[in-house]
Design a protein around this ligand. Structure first.
Ligand code: NAP
Length: 262
């Protein structure tokens, strides 16, 4: 893996060397959350992978368009986050399990005042989830179920019984994406990472809630009618993001875009 941007990194031979596997520490430095955010201010980043022609999945999963380096970055982003936010369909399709405590991130997490692993927050209106799965029964940190006040009461009860913490972030069955960010931040979960899927990410984008996008561009073409990384109603005016870093390995590009260029 090598760094292509910022260009100053290219002056260091280590960062520019193409055939060197980056350590998890180096990746953690590159992907660090911004330092010095005002107290209580959340930072929401998304991590997504797309093919050259914009497909966010193949055969209903993202794995076929990913690669080992992408998974290392995926793991690093989890290792830095307080909470991983995912739409219920991604949780169902990708078979989500609790986030692991990883030795490689232990010291960094302890120094940042974080627990051993990020919590997983599942956004759902129906709560049509299997609460007997390890995601709910065996996490290191209780899994959060984020839903609306009008969600089915028996399903809320089932979620709580399984050990999940239920977070209300909407008045009906739908959650308000900006409120999801606020409710999680109010619980001290400020370093937020959403792993999609496209329907959930589209709502964060439309609400102007996304601060950063970590986008892997996969050197593959799939055609077909797969979802893009963000769907649903569009924004009135396209929002400009700024390139913060760009890594490359075997034709895969690992970009990081921020809403502000600071
Ligand atoms: N390329 C990538 O990086 C990437 C990343 C993630 C996922 N994916 C792929 O994307 C697909 C799944 O994504 P998706 O877009 O179909 O679904 P999704 O965004 O993961 O989940 C949609 C579900 O989330 C819940 N939800 C979303 N917004 C809500 C709101 N405002 N209020 C209440 N609940 C809400 C609903 O759950 P209920 O139905 O329970 O009410 C909804 O059905 C899979 O194929 C997966 O492999 C790709």
């Amino acid at each position: 893996m090598r760094s292509l941007f910022p260009v100053t990194d290219l002056t260091t031979t280590a960062a520019a060397a193409p055939d060197r596997e980056w350590s998890l520490d180096e990746l953690a430095e590159t992907y660090a959350y911004p330092a010095g955010l005002p107290d209580g201010t959340p930072w929401l980043r998304a991590n997504m992978v797309s093919t050259l022609d914009g497909a966010a999945q193949h055969d209903g999963r993202s794995q076929p368009i990913s690669c080992a380096a992408d998974m290392r970055i995926f793991g690093t982003l989890r290792g830095l986050a307080d909470v991983v936010i995912a739409g219920a369909e991604t949780v169902r399709q990708e078979g989500y399990r609790p986030a692991r405590a990883r030795e490689a991130f232990a010291a960094r997490r302890a120094a940042a005042g974080q627990g051993p692993a990020p919590a997983v927050a599942v956004v759902t209106g129906s709560l049509d989830l299997d609460f007997s799965l390890p995601l709910f029964t065996e996490p290191l940190v209780p899994t959060l179920v984020v839903t609306g006040a009008g969600a089915p009461a028996d399903r809320i009860e089932a979620a709580r019984k399984a050990g999940a913490e239920v977070v209300i972030a909407g008045d009906g069955t739908r959650v308000d994406p900006a409120r999801v960010v606020r409710e999680l931040a109010a619980r001290g979960l400020r370093r937020q990472l959403t792993e999609g899927g496209p329907r959930l990410l589209g709502q964060f984008v439309a609400a102007g809630a996304l601060d950063e996008l970590c986008l892997t561009l996969s050197p593959m073409l799939t055609a077909g009618d797969a979802q893009r990384i963000a769907g649903g109603p569009g924004v009135a005016v396209p929002e400009r993001f700024f390139l913060a870093s760009l890594l490359e390995e075997a034709g895969f590009l690992f970009s990081r875009y921020r809403r502000t260029d600071s």
